[in-house]
Design a protein around this ligand. Structure first.
Ligand SMILES: [Zn+2]
Length: 339
């Protein structure tokens, strides 16, 4: 059984194909044949290394996995060989207070495939049946593998952290990213006005097609000036951030009184300055976000339905997110109902 492994941090050449023994599923586990793996920016962080952070190398990358069940271990119910599945990209321990309270993404022993434990860039793998999700039947393996991690991240930012509401305006930084692609679709279907920033005309076109109402080319114009112009100087209710140092100050200034900034990454650098007077006088909220709970993953996936066919730019244009329930209350999400 062959795997791709990151054996040390560095350029793509640090990836090695490694031959290993065939694995067998134990109780509560399944053996999967991997059909497709989606790659995320996370895979680049893991391969390059992050200063001050230790990854458990050697490591198989790949958090987003579409697979077919080959064998089923004992005491697995509801799954059969031949079933086409997606894997939840992360899981908690299952019995701490966070996990039992439905917030497994806050578990101290949270495992992310391809980051803290081996991911999917291999021919076969054994996985717990509890991590399996039905693959939406209208999607190819490649399309399905483009979904889980970025959909979960975007869903958690918008629904759980920002509590975005119909009638509000959101600014999404970096339209070309996986998270951006998801945010447009979720926010648009919640009845929210979406402003987005993009680095070039092609990304702007894609963003518009996926649901952004206004796209700001941030290399040609100052995005803060444009946000003010497009909102009649009011500003936006929510900013979805993952750029970090480069955009932080202007993202804060783009918020209305009572606005919320949700951040899930810092690609341009993690250190920023903060004018505390702006924070308290305007009653702003700063919300950190990473991944999301398993119940959010299941609910978000139920909103994925057929989109454009054939895919014209990346696999993720082969599907779209269906109309969202608005508003979504915490109680409804916890009980697993979607409307
Ligand atoms: Zn736990």
């Amino acid at each position: 059984m062959r795997s791709w492994k990151i054996v040390e941090h560095g350029p793509p050449s640090v990836l090695r194909v490694v031959e290993g023994p065939e694995a067998a599923p134990g109780p509560g586990q399944v053996l999967l044949r991997i059909d497709a793996v989606g790659l995320n920016h996370l895979d680049l962080w893991v391969r390059r290394g992050v200063s001050g952070h230790r990854f458990p190398l050697p490591l198989v990358p790949g958090s987003d996995i579409a697979a077919t069940i080959e064998r089923v271990g004992s005491s697995v119910e509801g799954w059969r060989p031949g079933d086409e599945v997606l894997l939840a990209p992360a899981s908690g321990c299952g019995d701490c207070a966070s996990c039992l309270g439905g917030a497994d993404h806050l578990c101290a022993r949270y495992e992310i495939l391809g980051e803290t434990t081996d991911g999917g860039c291999r021919e076969r793998m054994v996985a717990p049946a509890a991590s399996l999700m039905r693959r939406p039947p209208h999607l190819s393996a490649e399309e399905a593998a483009s979904i889980p991690l970025s959909l979960l991240t975007a869903w958690h930012m918008i629904v759980d952290r920002a509590r975005l509401r119909s009638g509000e305006t959101v600014l999404v930084q970096a339209a070309g990213s996986g998270v951006g692609v998801m945010v447009f679709q979720i926010a648009r279907r919640m009845g929210v006005r979406v402003l987005a920033t993009a680095g070039n005309a092609e990304k702007a076109k894609k963003a518009r097609r996926l649901g952004a109402d206004e796209v700001i080319l941030y290399r040609e114009t100052d995005f803060l000036d444009e946000v003010r112009r497009l909102t009649n100087r009011r500003g936006v209710d929510v900013v979805i951030e993952h750029v970090g140092a480069e955009t932080w100050d202007r993202s804060m200034r783009a918020l209305v009184k009572g606005g919320r900034l949700v951040i899930c990454g810092a690609t341009s650098g993690p250190h920023v300055t903060l004018d505390l007077r702006r924070l308290f006088f305007k009653g702003l909220s700063l919300l950190g976000s990473t991944m999301g709970s398993r119940s959010e993953m299941d609910e978000a996936l139920r909103h994925v339905e057929p989109g454009e066919s054939p895919p014209s730019w990346i696999a993720s244009s082969g599907w779209r997110i269906s109309r969202m329930p608005t508003p979504i209350s915490r109680g409804d999400r916890r009980s697993g109902r979607s409307s």
